[in-house]
Write a protein that binds this ligand. Structure first.
Ligand SMILES: Cc1cc2nc3c(=O)[nH]c(=O)nc-3n(C[C@H](O)[C@H](O)[C@H](O)COP(=O)(O)OP(=O)(O)OC[C@H]3O[C@@H](n4cnc5c(N)ncnc54)[C@H](O)[C@@H]3O)c2cc1C
Length: 508
């Protein structure tokens, strides 16, 4: 795009909100550029608990609007991405001395009825003395409630939105930092720095969208040059990943004595994901890491419930992220609103700036629609929302068609191990076929990097999904990082570096 020709909108941030807005806008025919300073989903969007959920707990804070919108999104998102989103049942044991059973039942009644649930099964009561869900727990719980929400592969949800945006014409630039933005002649002049070469360029846009997540205030103060910026409250949340604590496919929702809750969720076949914490955070969001105190808290909270305690030695991996919550002045971190707030700054005759504060993975699509209403008002256009019935890349199969797709992939590529075929369909859906194009036997999968990760997949991720480093592949596009050794990861990095510079030379 030349300097004389500004794009319609420029988006800062390749997290779920930036990528969701880019997709929606590109699909409505706007010209879109998105810049992400690191990898897609390298911010908060890959550090979540990975739930598409209404947020049962938010009912206690009377967040009915948010809970209702989020509940309604569960089936919409599941239908549009049944490879990376699927239903999960949650077991909430009733613990003496904590929230009374009638309150839990009331909350779950609302949860079942205010969110347009059609496909997800309703709440039921469990006798924990006979139900298999009681087996891994201490024999203290005689009753539990089982309810529905959905699981999401958060990092892939981001990448698939970016992929779809790009296929609809958006330009997605990763490793590109927005370092300055100024209004001039009715447009934005935006300076961007290429993280690889250090080269700085300027692009113009009619409208600027600040979707920088926990960096949103920093973009306003350091990049746009505003004074006295204080819109978000940064709240750290950490998770531990331990060796599998139970075989049941259901997840647990545990109440803690301090009024907070944690989840214990089946994760990547061999693991259990336990989290999260909630504490105010100061500093660079990219540097958040779990503290000793948080490890102790999560181990102790889970051990109140599991018959075999969760110990530090069981921990295989940890991760921490920072929630960019809209600062509504709540006294405790867990009470700050989880709802999103959009603001517009559009002085007469000057190019508009639109900001995203807060939000959840679950509500990203609705947030994008709300943002598009504002964008269209500023750019003088009106079009119809379209994303509610549009599958994400690889998600064009029925919600009950996952096993059939695995079987079809397995029969087309009989040399794949069943678990490998299943994993590929989980990550890529119908696009697993594209990844395997031209593969007629095990040798065509190419270099073996460890576990079931081969060159064919890495090449696909580099070509189609902006993967540049081993961390992009091992910790965001896939979670093979849990299975590969550090030497194997280093070999993958060397391969990607070499393949990346070869592609660069070929393209030059
Ligand atoms: C512990 C935890 C658990 C959570 N669990 C859930 C859950 O289960 N379900 C749910 O729905 N939500 C959950 N959330 C909330 C959800 O993860 C976030 O609301 C969401 O990911 C925020 O997305 P975002 O796009 O706004 O921010 P981000 O994902 O952080 O994206 C912002 C991006 O902007 C980029 N950026 C910043 N500055 C610049 C710049 N100058 N130039 C270019 N790029 C820039 C960053 O690199 C970053 O990638 C959880 C959050 C946390 C922390």
């Amino acid at each position: 795009m030349s300097r004389a020709e500004p794009c319609d909108l420029f988006i800062v941030g390749g997290g779920i909100n930036g990528c969701g807005i880019a997709r929606d806008a590109a699909g409505r025919g706007f010209s879109v550029i998105l810049a992400e300073m690191n990898d897609l989903a390298s911010g908060t969007s890959s550090w979540s608990t990975k739930l598409i959920h209404g947020g049962l707990r938010y009912l206690e804070y009377y967040e009915f609007r948010l809970v209702r919108e989020a509940l309604m999104e569960r089936e919409v998102l599941w239908r549009n991405a049944p490879h990376i989103i699927w239903p999960m049942r949650f077991v909430l044991p009733h613990a003496e001395g904590l929230r009374p059973a009638w309150l839990l039942r009331l909350g779950l009644f609302l949860y079942d009825h205010i969110g347009g649930r059609k496909l997800l099964p309703a709440t039921r009561t469990l006798d924990m003395r006979s139900d298999p869900a009681g087996r891994p727990l201490k024999p203290l719980f005689s009753r539990a409630f089982e309810y529905s929400d959905c699981w999401v592969n958060d990092a892939r949800l981001v990448v698939l939105n970016a992929r779809d945006a790009a296929e609809r014409g958006a330009r997605v630039m990763t490793r590109t930092k927005v370092i300055g933005a100024r209004r001039e002649g009715g447009v934005w002049r935006i300076s961007i720095e290429d993280g690889g070469t250090g080269r700085i360029r300027e692009v113009s846009a009619r409208l600027l969208v600040n979707a920088a997540g926990p960096w949103v205030d920093r973009v306003l103060s350091e990049t746009v040059g505003q004074n006295d910026v204080r819109n978000v409250r940064l709240v750290q949340g950490s998770h531990i990943v331990v060796r599998r604590k139970f075989d049941d496919p259901r997840a647990y929702f545990f109440q803690n004595r301090d009024g907070r809750i944690i989840f214990a969720i089946p994760y990547e076949e061999d693991f259990t994901l336990i989290g999260t914490t909630d504490q105010d955070y100061v500093g660079d969001p990219a540097k958040a890491s779990i503290s000793e105190q948080e490890v102790d808290y999560l181990c102790a909270a889970a051990s109140e419930y599991f018959a075999v305690p969760v110990r530090r030695e069981d921990i295989a991996w940890t991760y921490s992220g920072v929630r960019p919550l809209y600062d509504d002045g709540a006294s405790k971190a867990q009470e700050a609103t989880r709802d999103y707030v959009l603001t517009s700054d559009a002085p007469a005759g000057q190019a508009p700036l639109l900001n995203v504060f807060g939000g959840k993975i679950t509500t990203y699509r609705r947030l994008a629609e709300a943002m598009l209403t504002r964008i269209e008002a500023h750019l003088g256009r009106r079009s119809r929302p379209w994303t509610d019935g549009a599958p994400l890349p690889g998600g064009d199969f029925p919600v009950d068609g996952f096993d059939a797709l695995v079987a079809a992939t397995q029969s087309a590529y009989p040399f794949l191990e069943p678990a490998h075929a299943r994993r590929l369909v989980r990550l890529y859906g119908t696009r697993a076929r594209r990844l395997l194009e031209g593969v007629t036997g095990p040798a065509d999968l190419g270099v073996h990097f460890g576990a079931d990760l081969y060159e064919a997949e890495v090449r696909y991720l580099m070509k189609e999904e902006w993967a540049v480093t081993s961390a992009d592949v091992l910790w965001r596009r896939t979670k093979r990082g849990l299975k590969l050794t550090s030497d194997q990861a280093a070999a993958l990095d060397a391969y990607m570096h070499e393949a990346g510079s070869r592609a660069g030379t070929e393209a030059a």
